[in-house]
Structure formats: C-alpha cells, structure tokens
Design a protein around this ligand. Structure first.
Ligand SMILES: [Zn+2]
Ligand SMILES: [Zn+2]
Length: 192
C-alpha cells in the first residue's frame, strides 16, 4: 500500500494506526539524498488533540551507503522512531511555513530549539507524511558513513584496500636510517 493521503477528518477520536511499504519515489528521495535498494516499512499512529495531530511511528529499511574510508558500498539497516506534531499553519505563524532539512540540521545543532523543529504545518487539513518521512531519513544518515568501526580504509600511497591485505607502504615509510641501524644492532649477533 502506498502512502495514504490523510486529512484531519480521517482520524478517528481514538486515533488511527496504519502500516505500509514505501519506495524511494514515494518519499521523494533523489539518488543524492539516500539510496534505498528496496522498500522501507512504515508503521504510524495518528492522534488528534485539539487542533494538532500527533504522529508517532517507525521507519525500517535498508540504505546503501558508501564507506568514507574504503569507498565500498555497504547496506545499513535503519530503524528510525519518530514523533512529530502537525499544527494548523496559523499557529505556526512565528515559524517559517516550511523549513528545509538544512535549517533543521542547524536547529538541531543549536541548543535553543527543543522540540519545535518537529512541528509540521497541516496543509489545508491534510497531514502530509511524505516530506516529514523524507526528512527523518536525511537526518538519520551518518555524515561520515563507515562500513564497520574498524575499517582500515585505503592506503594513501598505493590505494590498496587495507581490509584485504597490507601493502607495506606504511612500513616502508617508517624505514628511516635510524630504524635500519636499530635492526642491525638487534641482529643475529645480539645487542652490541
Ligand atoms: Zn570501509
Ligand atoms: Zn600502499
């Protein structure tokens, strides 16, 4: 099931919950935003409180990232819980109607904006989940993804993937005249 278009009137007094599978196109994710090899599953609950709609749920799926150290692609399982509020645009008048992800990143980095960045406008009476979910994915992506914590990366001299084998460049770089001398002193005849 694709992402449903919900209006405030669709939400029952005791809330509604729904689950669906979404592809990159439904989340308006471009290839530069995030790469989804398959679909992500969404489970979400919507509750109306006065003029607000509170949306809590979880997005689960797999993202393809490129390791910043070894440049290999790897799959990362994501499990993103979220909790946001949709509010009538009038009560958001002090906020920009739509804030870009970049601005939200800035707000998250600052200390003042607690919680307010998770408020989205109700457009008409529609609860637009797509843009919010897209932002959840973008915010969750690592700035410097690594395939694993101890990834050795590529040799800066010869480009060898050091996870596969050592190339010896680093060792050769350390072969200073003093190190050679040290090796000779500790040689087969023992220390001088
Ligand atoms: Zn790596
Ligand atoms: Zn090397």
């Amino acid at each position: 099931m694709a992402l449903p278009i919900l209006t405030v009137n669709d939400i029952a007094e005791d809330g509604i919950s729904l689950a669906c599978e979404l592809g990159a196109d439904e989340l308006a994710l471009g290839p530069d935003d995030a790469r989804l090899p398959g679909q992500v599953s969404l489970s979400v609950e919507l509750v109306k409180v006065e003029s607000s709609v509170y949306v809590t749920g979880q997005l689960c799926g797999v993202l393809v990232e490129e390791c910043v150290r070894c440049l290999r692609e790897f799959e990362e399982v994501i499990r993103l819980p979220f909790s946001v509020e949709y509010r009538e645009s009038e009560s958001l008048s002090r906020q920009p109607a739509k804030h870009s992800t970049r601005e939200r990143r800035g707000a998250l980095a600052g200390e003042s904006a607690v919680g307010e960045e998770d408020v989205y406008p109700l457009s008409g009476s529609r609860v637009e989940l797509g843009e919010m979910l897209r932002e959840q994915i973008l915010l969750a992506r690592a700035v410097h993804p690594v395939c694993r914590e101890d990834c050795q990366g590529l040799c800066p001299v010869c480009g060898q993937d050091l996870n596969e084998r050592r190339c010896g460049c680093a060792e050769r770089g350390r072969e200073t005249p003093f190190a050679v001398l040290q090796k000779r002193r500790d040689g087969p005849h023992g220390k001088i």
